[in-house]
Design a binder for this molecule. Structure first.
Ligand SMILES: [Zn+2]
Length: 384
C-alpha cells in the first residue's frame, strides 16, 4: 500500500462576493478532485489546536501526525533544523528577522527590504563576528534565507514574550517582555550599527519564535513506515529533518506561483516507486495567493493542483498498486483576510480499493462535519 498526503498550503477560504458567494475551492475547475471526492470520504479536520497560533509549523506538525499541543516548542527550532542545526539541551533557537524600524519606532518592514540571500548572509556573518560567537559572545548568528535567519542562545534567553514582526507592520514595534527581555533588547539594539550600515533595506534584527529542540519521535518510530516529502518551505523541510523523513529535492520548486507542479508530482511517484511508504507533497502557491489577497492566483493555483498534480498522480499511483490519499491544507488563508485563520479545514480521504460515502470537497459542503483533531488524520490514512 502506498500513501500520499497532499497539502495545498492555506487553500481553505471563505465565501467571496466576487465569486458569487462561492469559495475559491468551489469556484476552481477541479474535475480530478471532484472525482476523488465522489469516491472517497470528506470531512473537517482541526489542524490548529485550540489556543495555538495558526502557523504552517503547527498545521503541518498536525498533518504529520504529531499533536502540536504536545510537541510544538516554537517555530525557530524547526527552521533551525532545516538549516542543519541541532540544538543542545542548554540552547534555544530564535528566529532572527532582518527588519526595518523607523525613527519613531514603527515596524516599517518585517522582511527588511527582501534582501537577496547572499547579501543577507554577509550581514549575518558580520553580526556574529561583532556580537556573537565570533566575538566570544553568548549567541550564534546563523544565516538562513533572504530576511529569515536564526540566532542560537543560552536556554534561559527563552524566558520572554516576543511578537512576530509581521503582526506589527505599520504599528509600534512592541519589544519583548519578561525576564530575558533586557538581553534580547540589548542584542537587537546592538545590531543597528551593523545592519543600518549594510545598505540593505533593514535597520536591525528582530528576535522571536523561540523554542528548544522539540522531542519528536521519528516518523518511522511513530508509524512503522518510511516517509518522504517535497516542499520549498523551510518550516516543512525542518519538520522532515526532525522526524527523519527523506527530503526530496525538486529544482523547480519555488514556493511561489511558478513552482514546478509536475516536478513535485513526478518526485512523489518516483520516491514511492523506489520504496517509500508515505509521501507528503506540499505546494505553497495557494497560501501565497491568500496572503497577496489575489483571488485569481488562488483559483489558478487550485486548478494547477488538479490538472498538473492530481490527474497524473492518480494515474501513476494506479500503476504502483493499491494506494490511499489524504488531501488537506495546514490552515485556511482567506484572500479577504490575507492571513491565516484557525478554522477547521476540509479533508479528503480516498482508498483506491474501497469506495467511501462520497461527497464534495469544499468548505460549505463539510461545514456540518464534526472536526477531527488534525493529528489523528494520519492514523486514519494509515489504518486499514
Ligand atoms: Zn501554511
Amino acid at each position: 500500500m502506498k500513501y500520499v498526503i497532499c497539502v495545498p498550503d492555506g487553500c481553505a477560504d471563505e465565501p467571496v462576493p466576487e465569486l458569487g458567494g462561492r469559495t475559491p475551492l468551489e469556484a476552481a475547475a477541479m474535475p480530478s478532485l471532484a472525482g476523488l471526492a465522489a469516491r472517497g470520504e470528506v470531512g473537517r479536520a482541526a489542524v490548529i489546536p485550540p489556543r495555538m497560533a495558526p502557523g504552517s509549523d503547527v498545521g503541518n506538525m498536525s498533518i504529520l501526525g504529531y499533536d502540536p499541543a504536545r510537541y510544538h516548542t516554537g517555530r525557530a527550532p524547526i527552521e533551525a533544523a532545516a538549516l542543519g542545526l541541532r540544538l543542545r539541551p542548554d540552547q534555544v533557537a530564535f528566529r532572527c528577522n532582518l527588519v526595518d524600524i523607523g525613527a519613531d519606532g514603527t515596524m516599517l518592514d518585517f522582511a527588511g527590504g527582501h534582501p537577496r540571500t547572499d547579501d543577507a548572509a554577509v550581514v549575518i556573518k558580520a553580526l556574529d563576528a561583532a556580537l556573537g560567537a565570533g566575538a566570544g559572545g553568548e549567541v550564534e548568528f546563523h544565516p538562513g534565507v533572504q530576511y529569515r535567519h536564526i540566532v542560537v542562545a543560552p536556554a534561559d534567553w527563552a524566558d520572554a514574550v516576543c511578537t512576530p514582526p509581521h503582526d506589527l507592520t505599520g504599528r509600534p514595534a512592541m519589544l519583548p517582555r519578561g525576564p530575558a527581555a533586557p538581553r534580547l533588547i540589548e542584542l537587537m539594539d546592538a545590531s543597528r550599527e551593523i545592519v543600518g550600515a549594510s545598505g540593505l533595506g533593514a535597520s536591525q534584527v528582530w528576535l522571536w519564535g523561540q523554542g528548544h529542540q522539540p522531542a519528536l519521535p521519528s516518523f518511522r518510530e511513530a508509524t512503522g513506515r518510511s516517509g518522504a516529502l517535497v516542499t520549498a518551505v523551510d518550516l516543512i523541510r525542518g519538520l522532515g529533518v526532525l522526524t527523519g523523513m527523506e527530503i526530496v529535492e525538486v529544482p523547480g520548486a519555488t514556493g511561489w506561483f511558478d513552482t514546478d507542479y509536475e516536478g513535485k508530482r513526478d518526485a512523489a511517484l518516483r520516491t514511492l516507486a523506489e520504496g517509500a511508504d508515505v509521501f507528503l507533497l506540499h505546494v505553497e502557491a495557494t497560501d501565497e495567493a491568500g496572503h497577496a489577497g489575489d483571488l485569481g492566483e488562488k483559483v489558478k493555483a487550485l486548478e494547477a493542483w488538479d490538472s498538473r498534480i492530481l490527474t497524473g498522480l492518480v494515474e501513476g499511483l494506479d500503476e504502483l498498486g493499491p494506494w490511499r490519499l489524504l488531501l488537506l491544507p495546514d490552515h485556511p488563508t482567506p484572500v479577504a483576510l490575507r492571513t491565516h485563520t484557525s478554522d477547521p479545514v476540509p479533508y479528503l480521504l480516498v482508498d483506491s480499493e474501497r469506495d467511501g460515502p462520497g461527497g464534495t470537497y469544499s468548505e460549505p459542503a463539510t461545514a456540518d462535519a464534526v472536526p477531527v483533531p488534525g493529528h489523528e488524520m494520519l492514523g486514519r490514512l494509515l489504518s486499514r
